[in-house]
Design a protein around this ligand. Structure first.
Ligand SMILES: *Cc1c(COP(=O)(O)O)cnc(C)c1O
Length: 242
């Protein structure tokens, strides 16, 4: 049934991205449905999320906690799974533990411990991916590969978290980093077999420009913004300064 109340442009872009994912999955000889689409809605208005939700999209990723909370309030009538994919400071962990379903950007134990301690009891455990800094020595975001096993071993013991996988934001065009994250994921599972009970089934990688390569390399979750919503509006702080 074609939802007729969905704006044409949103539906067309969502169908085009879904078709691109299906084609990449087939080309890689992977199982149908093995890659999920996370719609990255940072800086997009709540109405754009509502339109995509009407097309059938339920998972949305946000980078900025305050901005996400405002949209959650506007969209409280919708069944949306909210994913935090941007950097998380310790003074924001409580509200994230209370309001989000996933955090893809955990890169240190202190943040994980706070999220576990602050996750409300009536909610299921919070799904976590560890962000790995595979290829960017200049960036401070992400755990370096040498520290990953210790971090994963500690995070998997936290009672109110489920350690689901790894996430990477490689430098643009660095497809080697995609393969490297897939290998890191497999190696970690081999070294910490108890991870499979979490279950450790998520490789969060691939964006608008490289989702096809990411799927070929084994991604299970592509995070797509521009290809779904069109160009992002500029940040509000830049607009109001004019
Ligand atoms: C913005 C963002 C994306 C989406 O990027 P597009 O190129 O617009 O698809 C994916 N992941 C993270 C972590 C982001 O910040």
């Amino acid at each position: 049934m074609a939802p007729d109340h969905v704006p044409d442009a949103s539906l067309a872009r969502w169908q085009a991205v879904s078709a691109r994912i299906e084609a990449a999955v087939a080309a890689a000889g992977r199982a149908d449905g093995s890659v999920s689409l996370l719609a990255v809605s940072k800086l997009q208005p709540a109405d754009a999320i509502r339109a995509l939700h009407a097309a059938g999209q339920h998972d949305f990723g946000e980078n900025y906690v305050q901005e996400a909370l405002a949209k959650m309030a506007e969209l409280a009538d919708l069944d949306i799974r909210w994913h935090l994919i941007g950097p998380l400071q310790s003074n924001k962990t409580r509200v994230v533990a209370e309001r989000f379903d996933w955090v893809h950007s955990v890169d240190r134990l202190k943040i994980a411990e706070r999220l576990s301690a602050q996750r409300p009891e009536q909610l299921p455990p919070l799904n976590i991916c560890l962000q790995v800094n595979i290829d960017d020595e200049d960036s401070k975001a992400g755990c370096v590969p040498d520290d990953l096993e210790a971090l994963a071993g500690a995070v998997m013991m936290l009672p109110r978290l489920r350690l689901r996988g790894l996430m990477v934001i490689p430098r643009p065009g660095n497809h080697a980093a995609l393969a490297a994250l897939a290998k890191t994921h497999a190696d970690l599972l081999a070294r910490l077999p108890a991870l499979s009970q979490q279950p450790f089934d998520t490789l969060s990688m691939g964006m608008s420009d490289d989702l096809d390569a990411a799927i070929a390399a084994g991604s299970s979750c592509v995070r797509v913004g521009t290809a779904l919503f069109g160009p992002r509006p500029v940040a509000a702080s830049n607009v109001t300064e004019s």
